[in-house]
Design a protein around this ligand. Sequence first.
Ligand SMILES: C[S@@+](CC[C@H](N)C(=O)[O-])C[C@H]1O[C@@H](n2cnc3c(N)ncnc32)[C@H](O)[C@@H]1O
Length: 368
Amino acid sequence: MTVREILATTTRGLEEVSIEEIEEITGRESWVEHKGMVGIRGSEEDIIRLNIFGRTIYRVIMLLKRGKFRNLDDLYTECRRVDFSRYIYRTQSFAVVPKRSGEHDFTSLDIGRIVGQAIIDSYMESEGVRLKVNLRSPHIRVITEVRGERYWIGLDTTGERSLAKRGYRVFNHPAPLNPAIGYSLIKIAEWRSEESLLDPMCGGGTIPIEAARAALNKINERDFDFLRFYFLNRRKYLEILKSQEKPKGEIKWIEGSDINPKYIKGALMNADKADVKSYVKFTVYDACERPLDFEKIVVNLPYGVRTPRRGLKETYHCFSKNLKLYDWKCLVVMTAEGRLFKKIHGEPDREFKIQYGDLDTDLLIYHK
Ligand SMILES: C[S@@+](CC[C@H](N)C(=O)[O-])C[C@H]1O[C@@H](n2cnc3c(N)ncnc32)[C@H](O)[C@@H]1O
């Protein structure tokens, strides 16, 4: 087995949740590389498995080199040291995908240019061939991340489309939840398919759909970039697909409801596309008035923007009042108005702070 260093990108603030998922998928320990990125020491098979089964992660990168640098010349030298002929076939094209954060006197475009040149020069030296650059649809994407004085260079094994893009979203809710976060919330609630689950403000249905997909072992299947790696055994991919575990047992009850009938119609369309429609019940209900006798309640509350019928504060108040009437085991709430919800409903047993787009968002976990 060739040991590889692998990186997986995830939601900033949910690294711990991804570490747990990665350990479940690969059986290997992983660590926080930096905010939003987790590292794993594994094999090519682990790269395949993470792409197929990963639900909390966005992208899997095969690390080629990491380290410190002072300026672009340093970055060029570091990158030039990698023998790219071990990873890119002579007729394949490549593109550098740069990402930069921190204070620098150069831009991401400069990183792309410098690293691209280093790859071409390194290849020319070892193979006597000038590799082709194709920025639009390259065979190989070389991810280069620069954060402050540190850099990471690796091969994208996933492809341009992040793993969070599951392909079932045919209806677009105006404030849709990222499916990777939706699944993370379910994981935080420690929901198991033999327990009942409710999202009482489900919008386009992301949370119930993610729960059903997980319970049914629905996997990510697509034209992954690793399928173009000439050094990787593709048979392994087919073997893993074939040996996929069948769902364990029945799903007890998954329900999603929303006050807006238009969203429930959309949620049904999404569930149909995700092939889980017969495993989730979707209903139109006011969360302040509906029964909440479920073992696990996971909800992405409305925030900031207008809410139907009532104002935000009033909605939080009446939902909290309704929650107190029932005997659920665990409640997971995601909101950018965490302070308001805590003031109304009380301090949670545990909380996560995550970065969701530009918003600092709270995940609050309550147990009864
Ligand atoms: C942030 S969105 C949820 C988005 C959803 N997680 C998704 O992925 O599409 C909040 C939802 O709460 C719903 N909502 C607001 N007040 C409600 C209430 N009193 N009862 C039920 N749903 C409500 C809104 O209609 C909206 O769809």
